[in-house]
Ligand binder design. Structure first.
Ligand code: GDP
Ligand code: MG
Length: 435
């Protein structure tokens, strides 16, 4: 048995480098996650190809399987890909900074112009909102309502020429000491020439320090085309990704980033004016990969396998200084990782060998209950145990005195076993030295 065990441990220890089949296997999962998250097909394909190249040959971490290792690399690459670039607004050579919002109808331009106004105001700035969606009277009114909620002035000239309105708004800002001008523009359901032309003329007339493309995270596959068209025409400086409070997996973020190369500067996470965040690429990566499944496993392994504690326990065990406190620690560490059977099955090379072994987690719970009913002193010195203590522990844990006895006996046997192991080991070592 111990030979088998040591072989299994050897395999655990020497997982070595990722090979092509490890990577291929994990990539199937990743590609699926990306497509499910609405990442554009071509973007997903390019990304997977690039990551595969980097992953092959990478060292596999102690606590992970090769598949998990690939996903860890994918997560890092996704984070890096979406995180590059300046997320702050550009600053002008002389005030005011002018931020032009553009995007399709309903993407959240008006709402996010107001959200950003509030954020800036809270940072001590003096923003000015500008109503350049002149085609629907309701649009101007919407901005006025939001502006008053935010406590930020709104510049409007009714249904005038948006180019002229923007120019005059900037002049107004200079006269009144507004250091930010936030221009809300019209959107269409689809990209259309007239709209693009209008945006281009506003850009020439002002010109803006930032052009933010507002993209609804639910847009899905279409996000690529939208981003491409707007970027080609306007050379955007950044993206605002909205409606992340919904159930969109956020693949649009990756697509938009990939086709424009521009950073996502802000994320909208709700309808309220305060629901605006600076973009967090790591959170987005987790979201795209599917928080619930792949990633948590990796995080669990890293969090729970406290390497130092494990080493200390091993040392204590070798020196036969292990007590019941250590046993309790170990039970807790194991329980953090979920049902024992699952954990063992996830270990490479272990699944097959253990597939018929039934492990009863309830037994472990019972052991833990007994241990918890002992005082730390009793756990440290099991030899303190006497009938009255045993009765107290049994009552406290809802077990019988026999159960307490059995646990103590098993533990004592384990200690003896360890002692023998240690002696044998020593003898063998001496034998090796010719003694
Ligand atoms: P516009 O046509 O681009 O100006 O879009 P609006 O700013 O008018 O927003 C369209 C709708 O989306 C409105 O009902 C907003 O309340 C809603 N909305 C905007 N941003 C968010 C967000 O981050 N989360 C949620 N849940 N709703 C949003
Ligand atoms: Mg609007």
């Amino acid at each position: 048995l111990s030979e088998k065990l040591s072989a299994a441990f050897k395999r655990l220890r020497s997982k070595g480098k990722l090979n092509e089949s490890d990577v291929k296997e994990a990539m199937r999962e990743v590609r699926l996650a990306l497509l499910e998250a609405d990442v554009n097909y071509k973007v997903a394909k390019d990304f997977v190809a690039k990551v595969s190249e980097r992953a092959v040959g990478n060292e596999v971490m102690e606590s992970l399987t090769p598949a998990q290792m690939v996903i860890k690399i994918v997560n890092e690459e996704l984070t890096a890909l979406m995180g590059g670039g300046e997320t702050r607004l550009n600053s002008p050579s002389s005030p005011p900074a002018v931020v032009l919002f553009c995007g399709l109808q309903g993407s959240g331009k008006t709402t996010h112009a107001a959200k950003l106004a509030l954020m800036l105001k809270n940072q001590g700035h003096r923003p000015l909102l500008v109503a350049c969606d002149v085609y629907r009277p309701a649009a101007i009114q919407q901005l006025q309502v939001l502006g008053s909620q935010a406590g930020v002035p709104v510049f409007e000239q009714g249904a005038g020429d948006p180019v002229k309105i923007s120019r005059e708004a900037v002049k107004h800002a200079k006269d009144y000491g507004n250091d930010f001008v936030l221009i809300d523009t019209a959107g269409r359901l689809q990209i259309d020439e007239a709209l693009m032309d209008e945006l281009r003329r506003i850009k020439e007339a002002v010109p803006p320090t930032d052009i933010l493309l507002v993209v609804d995270a639910m847009t899905g596959q279409e996000a690529v085309n939208v981003a491409k068209s707007f970027h080609e025409l306007l050379d955007i400086t950044g993206v605002v990704l909205t409606k992340l409070d919904g159930d969109a997996r956020g693949g649009a973020a990756l697509s938009v980033r990939a086709v424009t190369g521009r950073p996502i500067k802000f994320a909208g996470i709700g309808e309220k004016l305060s629901d605006l965040e600076v973009f967090h690429p790591d959170r987005m990566a987790s979201r795209i990969l599917g928080m619930g499944d792949v990633l948590t496993l990796i995080e669990d392994a890293q969090k729970n396998l406290d390497q130092k504690a494990a080493q200390k326990a091993a040392e204590k065990m070798m020196q036969n200084r292990m007590d019941l406190n250590d046993l309790l620690d170990q039970i807790r560490q194991m329980k953090k990782m979920g049902p024992i059977q699952d954990v063992l099955n996830k270990m490479p090379g272990m699944g097959q060998q253990l597939k018929d072994v039934q492990i009863d987690d309830r037994q472990i719970d019972r052991t833990e209950a007994i241990l918890l009913s002992m005082t730390p002193q009793e756990r440290e010195k099991p030899e303190l145990m006497n009938p009255s203590r045993k009765r107290r522990i049994a009552a406290g844990s809802g077990m019988k005195v026999e159960d307490v006895n059995r646990l103590l006996k098993q533990f004592e046997q384990t200690r003896k076993l360890m002692k023998q192991f240690k002696k044998k080991g020593m003898r063998r070592r001496f034998a090796g030295m010719g003694l």
